[in-house]
Design a protein around this ligand. Structure first.
Ligand code: AMP
Ligand code: MG
Length: 419
């Protein structure tokens, strides 16, 4: 149960030589094929299982409903015992209520008072709604035309005993938990939460709220990424910030590898002089720079550090968020045991015009108003205000496109990346 899967191979991010700008779908397919679950399992009570990833296929320990029962408050009888035309049946003693089984048999030609959810007593297969009868303390009268089995539920009509309920890899929802509870489960096997370390880099970066000198920049990425990971159901591990020093970075990556299953860094991942993340990872021999044909985006630095996958995200908050949603999210889903996830987009009319060249996929900050997709006025990748303005992204295809008002575009709400 608590066995840990073996570590990923150090060369798991290697790309075939000679590949230049890799299309997004190819990059995603490569990530998908190279990664697998790295987390162990644990049993948790249902109450603690929302948002966790189910580790085994589940089956009903008990049928739902477990017994044939009444769907309404009314009067039960055997359909076959009814004569022709309007009915007047003597009432038998007692009543059937949920949780209070009527142990006797209702004689043919008689009826019994029955309440919603009550198991059908022996001798009852049909129920008439109380609003459709005239009843006294000893008789019940109703019109002809009742259908056999009316207002009853069959045992197992929802879920038969032993039937499949929820599949392995599912991120459990409140409704899943209701199904698991109803079918007899009190505890469920889930994958341990994927621990994701987040580390900001850069000499200019300082913590939000501190007094800032000229040239200093508040760390916007760390709080964004940590919160996003939390929303995704992972366990965020805050590794703080390191300046552009290879020694400091090395030490912090060592710590992160000890505390987390996967590491996200932001900043310092391009090929510039100050780009210590890529330099250090390259020196360690484990860096792969995936030049992905996507905007916004820099080369995505992928590496293994002490057996942990590292995603070297761009420093720019817009690019950092897009890369996390588009690439790191599905990769982390696999690492976490949830399998590969593709965000579900909506095809909606554009409230904007845009022309793009062929060669790379583009993601624009977008939101939906009155059923139409609006995009943020500036595509500038430093515009954090646009991330906040937006409710999601518009995904424009890799090829050339000329979008006119009212043309359909694919809108991906931020929430599509969460589950
Ligand atoms: P870099 O990828 O290190 O070249 O950084 C690209 C841009 O993103 C620079 O303008 C950085 O100042 C900025 N940046 C890097 N890290 C962060 C961060 N954690 N929060 C906000 N901006 C950042
Ligand atoms: Mg930097």
């Amino acid at each position: 149960m608590s066995l840990q899967p073996p570590p990923l191979r150090d060369d798991c991010f290697a790309l075939p030589a000679g590949v230049d700008w890799t299309p997004v779908e190819e990059a995603l397919a490569a990530l998908r094929s190279r990664l697998r679950s790295v987390v162990g399992q644990e049993d948790v009570p249902l109450q603690a299982a929302c948002g966790r990833i189910l580790a085994r296929d589940m089956h009903a320990l008990r049928a739902n409903p477990p017994l044939p029962n009444s769907a309404v408050d009314g009067y039960g009888f055997a359909f076959a015992s009814l004569g022709e035309g309007d009915q007047c049946l003597p009432l038998c003693e007692g009543r059937a209520a949920a949780g209070l089984r009527f142990e006797g048999t209702v004689p043919a030609g008689q009826a019994i008072r029955i309440l919603t959810g009550a198991a059908l007593p022996a001798g009852v297969d049909t129920v008439i709604l109380e609003e459709d009868v005239n009843a006294s303390s000893s008789e019940v009268a109703f019109r002809a035309g009742v259908k056999p089995f009316a207002n009853t539920r069959k045992a197992g009509e929802d879920v038969a005993e032993g039937a499949a309920t929820v599949s392995q890899g599912r991120c459990l929802t409140p409704a899943d938990l209701a199904l698991l509870a109803a079918t007899g489960q009190g505890v469920v096997p889930v994958f341990k939460r994927l621990r994701v370390a987040v580390l900001s880099t850069g000499d200019e970066i300082i913590a939000p709220g501190q007094a800032a000198q000229d040239g200093q920049i508040y760390d916007a990425n760390r709080v964004m990424l940590l919160s996003l990971l939390e929303q995704m159901g992972f366990e965020p591990v805050n590794m703080g910030h390191v300046p552009d020093s290879r020694e400091a970075l090395k030490g912090r990556l060592d710590e992160a590898a000890g505390q987390a299953d996967v590491i996200l860094t932001s900043g310092g991942a391009s090929a510039g002089d100050e780009d210590h993340v890529s330099a250090l990872l390259r020196e360690a021999g484990a860096l792969q720079e995936w030049r992905i044909a996507v905007k916004p985006g820099r080369p995505l630095a992928l590496a293994m550090w002490q057996g942990r996958p590292v995603f070297g995200l761009p420093g720019n908050p817009v690019a950092a968020l897009v890369c996390t949603l588009v690439f790191a999210r599905p990769a982390m889903g696999v690492l976490a045991g949830g399998g590969w996830s593709k965000p579900e987009g909506y095809s909606l009319p554009a409230a904007f015009e845009k022309r793009k060249k062929a060669g790379r996929r583009e993601y624009l900050r977008a939101r939906v108003r009155d059923g139409q997709v609006e995009v943020f006025a500036s595509e500038g990748s430093g515009r954090i205000s646009g991330l906040s303005w937006a409710d999601g992204l518009v995904e424009l295809p890799d090829g050339a496109a000329e979008i006119r008002l009212g043309d359909r575009v694919t809108f991906l709400p931020y929430s599509a990346f969460l589950a």
